[in-house]
Design a protein around this ligand. Structure first.
Ligand code: NAG
Ligand code: NAG
Ligand code: NAG
Length: 510
């Protein structure tokens, strides 16, 4: 099924490459009265939050649009942030692969100073705000250089922002461009941010549960993103962005009807919202394998997996920004060793400064218990950064212990690997809650884990691993079923495909 989708897309790529070829564009701009061959090229611009979880799906979405319709070409505006070498590596790998996408680095601005923000979301939001001028100039340049003086065959049609880049809606408005929101987290979280301002006064009460239209169950306070309770600015940044979502002309969500029917219905019911298009799952299935900074490690991991039998490995990975305290790492090691199942563990060192990403350990001696690596050499592999999608695609992987970032959840469903939830930051606790309580698609290790405040004991890790590897047939069956629905939704006449086609109609109609 996947192959069919890929084939369809690649034939379109070929077409779209033809259409932007200089000779062809000269050809199509000639007046040809007999055949209506004149094709307006439609330029789309994308601006994502400079964090991998937001950036990668937005780039893939831009890719999808340009492949789906040969009239589209796209420019992705890139915001540079300090201490994020991974983003540079990612973009370098993309620029070298030729597609209908262009990447444009915006000139840097002075970042906000620590007295101006209290949270990472505050930092990002202010940083984006400071880029408004730069974006405006970039857009004006695109309009000028892209439009040949003698014809109007190129048209800048829309600007796509994401959950934290809403400041750019102002720039689009100034230039009379429609803006759209691309939301890389689930529909449930979109509904949460939209409803947050209505319960703001209750947040300081001792309420332990809250009703949100996008969740069937009451939502325990313990799964709210920590940011919401930040005393200095509370939930105001999230609500601020959510208010702006309503100003867009459409909201694209990286999800599918079949996965989040309730949350999506609650959004459709909201008369203040523009049209909502669930068009997922949008995945980068090559993932970091394409630009992995550590090719040797990648090879070692894949060779190790090749030697394991089907569904025999517990895979533990906590995301590009996830790392755990040393005490917690020791408990996991203890539990894995006691459980005795095969494991692949992506273990990363916590960042030393705020706003930095975790790094690979140069040496595990200080973090893993004495002799752990030697004693488990036969059954386990501890490594740093992994190309997660490639690992999930491997038949040897039986269970995924995950931080529940939305992209990871979608990848895991795609490859039909059941998740055991271990959320760490951002909206991951809420994603875990949705998967376990709302959808029955994952097994709970924790829903409300906070590193440094909570400790999952080795015995618990052992018990969970045993439970997961010895059965959970019902969940396995449901995950397999949802995995098939994910693939169906992208095929011709599938729900996400149909929504994508409507979006394209809207983008090309003006
Ligand atoms: C609080 O958040 C709002 C966004 O809604 C922002 O405009 C304001 O400057 C923030 N205040 C502080 C003190 O950070
Ligand atoms: C959507 O609206 C309909 C009609 O008012 C209502 O019956 C339904 O419960 C709503 N669904 C959600 C998920 O909000
Ligand atoms: C898609 O739907 C159209 C209209 O309902 C139908 O004619 C066509 O056969 C369908 N195509 C596939 C591949 O199911």
């Amino acid at each position: 099924m996947m192959d069919e989708t890929e084939m369809k897309l690649s034939s379109h790529t070929f077409l779209s490459l033809l259409l932007i070829h200089p000779y062809i564009s000269i050809f199509v701009s000639l007046p040809l009265p007999l055949y209506n061959l004149t094709m307006t090229r439609i330029e789309l611009v994308f601006i994502a939050t400079p964090a991998m979880g937001n950036l990668v799906p937005m780039v893939e979405f831009a890719n999808l649009l340009t492949k789906q319709d040969p009239r589209f070409s796209a420019t992705v505006l890139i915001i540079t942030v300090p201490h994020r070498p991974i983003i540079t590596t990612y973009f370098n790998s993309l620029s070298s692969s030729s597609t209908n996408l262009r990447f444009l680095h915006l000139p840097t601005v002075d970042p906000p100073t620590p007295d101006q923000y209290q949270t990472n979301v505050g930092f990002i939001s202010l940083l984006i705000e400071k880029h408004k001028h730069r974006v405006k100039h970039a857009l004006i340049d695109i309009i000028k250089t892209e439009s040949p003086s003698d014809s109007d065959s190129v048209q800048l049609a829309a600007l796509f922002v994401d959950m934290f880049t809403t400041a750019i809606i102002d720039v689009a408005a100034e230039l009379n461009l429609p803006s759209y929101l691309f939301f890389a987290s689930p529909a449930s979280f979109l509904g949460f941010t939209l409803h947050l301002s209505q319960i703001e006064t209750e947040l300081t009460d001792s309420n332990t549960e809250f009703r949100f239209p996008c969740f069937k169950n009451s939502l325990p306070r313990s799964v709210f993103p920590k940011l919401v309770f930040n005393e200095k600015n509370g939930s105001s940044w999230l609500s601020h962005h959510a208010r702006r979502y309503k100003e867009t002309k459409g909201i694209i969500v990286n999800t599918l009807e079949e996965l989040e029917p309730h949350a999506l219905q609650s959004l459709y019911n909201d008369s203040q919202l523009p049209r909502v298009y669930p068009i997922g799952p949008i995945l980068d299935l090559h993932g970091s394998a394409r630009w992995n900074p550590n090719a040797v490690q990648y090879k070692r991991i894949m060779e190790w997996l090749d030697m394991q039998t089907k569904s025999s490995v517990v895979f533990l990975c906590f995301g590009s920004m996830g790392s755990l305290s040393m005490g917690q790492v020791a408990q996991i090691a203890f539990g894995l060793e006691r459980a005795g199942f095969r494991f692949l563990w992506a273990l990363r060192e916590p960042p030393k400064a705020r706003l930095e990403d975790p790094k690979d350990y140069t040496n595990y001696d200080n973090v893993l218990p004495d002799g752990f690596l030697e004693r488990t050499a036969e059954i386990g592999l501890v490594c740093g950064w992994v190309p997660q999608a490639k690992v999930l695609a491997h038949k040897a992987v039986g269970v995924f212990v995950s931080h529940c970032g939305w992209n990871s959840i979608l990848e895991s469903l795609w490859y039909e690997v059941p998740i055991a939830t271990w959320p760490i930051y951002a909206e991951q606790h809420m994603n875990a809650f949705e998967m376990v309580k709302e959808l029955g698609l994952a097994v709970e290790i924790r829903l409300d884990y906070r590193d440094g405040e909570d400790l999952v004991k080795g015995e618990e890790v052992e018990r969970c691993v045993r439970y997961l590897m010895n059965g959970c047939d019902e969940i396995r069956r449901k995950v397999k079923d949802m995995g098939e629905k994910c693939k169906m939704s992208l095929m011709k006449n599938g729900s996400s495909y149909v929504n994508l086609v409507s979006l394209i109609e809207e983008l090309t109609s003006s």
